[in-house]
Write a protein of this length. Sequence first.
Length: 120
Amino acid sequence: MKRDFELIRKLILAVESAPTGYVQDEIEIDGHSKDQIGYHAYLLVDAGLAKGLDVTTIVDTSPIWRILHLTSAGHDFADAARDESTWQKATGIVKDKAGGVTLDVMKQVLISVIKNTLGL
């Protein structure tokens, strides 16, 4: 399964919107399967952007993780990715690059776009 930055952004913003900061139910994102969400939740935990639990069972076809809450780094990513205009500019920049980018590079591109917008 390929990493989907749009889904990663949606997951982070969905977790951030939890009233207590703790996700009590499974996250559902329109247009994405349980496997896609579970795998991308795993990627967020693996990258240190969230804390979560491995809920993979023997019948699952991919890692299935459940996000519990964001880490400080996850909140930083949410802050950088929240604005739709900033997100579109950043994803436009990385789409022009062959081979894709890492989550860390994506975050740096987002920060760069924000700095340029602020004139820093």
